[in-house]
Write a protein that binds this ligand. Structure first.
Ligand SMILES: Nc1ncnc2c1ncn2[C@@H]1O[C@H](COP(=O)(O)OP(=O)(O)O)[C@@H](O)[C@H]1O
Ligand SMILES: [Mg+2]
Length: 289
């Protein structure tokens, strides 16, 4: 049996290169405040992978996606073991476009900080009088460039995204930048409307896209998971304050309240955390895992 080693290991995900395609594995690791905790959250990786799968299926009429299969029987033998079952996705290898395509439907986080300073978010002027967590009149597209490891991603304007892409793909910068913006907004709108009908607000999210062998734009990476997005429970939504995050709030709150935690959560908090992930999955898909 051929053995595989990850070509890349992130805080939470592992990537395997199997030739023409890749296998993206969401592990059960959890990171809080950018630190990997000394716990595993059983089934978390499966929830994330199955959520991406759900959104890829829902949006394939808007844009093709990279997903080929989440069945380990479609993967090399090495992957047919419990450790990969349910949490792995076989995907088409793409030439990634190095822009993080962020869409914000609500004002929060760094966007709220920026708005308080000068009334803009990533160079986009917003109406006066918005409160923290308010819904924006229309979702906005605020791209950023991917930083080298350790650095923070850098926000850029839509115009700068044209220049950035033009450098890498001469003659194509504007076409790609426009396509990224339009696809991002369309994906966000469709999915956020749906999620709201199921009781979840998707406040903002990040998409990544690439080109396939025919130069067709394809959405890649993970899609609309609690790791790439802010999910808020709609029934607790109240503008004028920060909202609790659906997934990691218990973990974050406990870490803040317990000094000397050494980045290890008690089992009770781990259990509550996975319950939240499962709840989000069930609300969105109407199915249990
Ligand atoms: N279909 C794909 N083809 C090639 N690269 C991909 C594909 N889908 C996602 N990627 C890339 O895989 C990587 C996933 O790594 P990740 O664990 O998110 O770490 P990071 O975001 O810090 O690079 C990203 O660089 C992403 O752009
Ligand atoms: Mg990433």
């Amino acid at each position: 049996m051929k053995e595989y080693a990850p070509v890349k290991e992130g805080k939470v995900r592992e990537i395997y290169d199997i030739g023409d395609s890749l296998i993206l594995v969401a592990t059960d690791r959890i990171s809080c405040f950018d630190v990997i905790l000394d716990n595993t959250v059983t089934k978390k990786g499966t929830v994330l992978t199955q959520m991406s799968r759900f959104w890829f299926d829902m949006t394939k009429d808007i844009l093709p996606n990279h997903m080929l299969s989440t069945d380990v029987n479609d993967m090399p033998e090495f992957f047919r073991k419990p450790r990969f079952d349910g949490n792995s996705m076989l995907v088409r290898k793409l030439t990634m476009l190095p822009v993080e395509c962020i869409v914000r439907g609500y004002i929060t986080g760094s966007g709220w900080a920026s708005y308080q300073k000068d009334g803009t978010v990533c160079g986009i002027r917003l109406p006066e009088g918005l409160r923290e967590s308010d819904k924006l009149p229309e979702p906005i597209y605020t791209p950023s460039t991917k930083a080298e490891i350790g650095d923070h991603d850098e926000n850029i304007s839509y115009e700068q995204s044209i220049v950035h892409l033009e450098k890498l793909f001469p003659g194509k910068g504007e076409e790609y930048a426009t396509a990224l913006r339009d696809a991002s907004i369309a994906m966000y709108k469709k999915c956020a409307d749906y999620a709201l009908s199921r009781g979840i607000i998707i406040a903002d999210t990040k998409f990544e896209f690439g080109l396939d062998e025919n130069g067709q734009l394809v959405i890649g990476d993970e899609m609309l998971t609690p790791d790439s997005s802010r999910f808020w429970p709609a029934d607790e939504y109240e503008p004028g304050r920060s909202q609790s995050s659906f997934d990691k709030q218990f973990a974050r709150d406990w870490l803040k309240a317990n000094e000397g935690h050494n980045w290890k959560l008690p089992q009770e908090i781990v259990d509550k955390t996975i319950d939240k992930y499962l709840q989000a999955y069930e609300m969105l898909t109407g199915k249990r895992l």
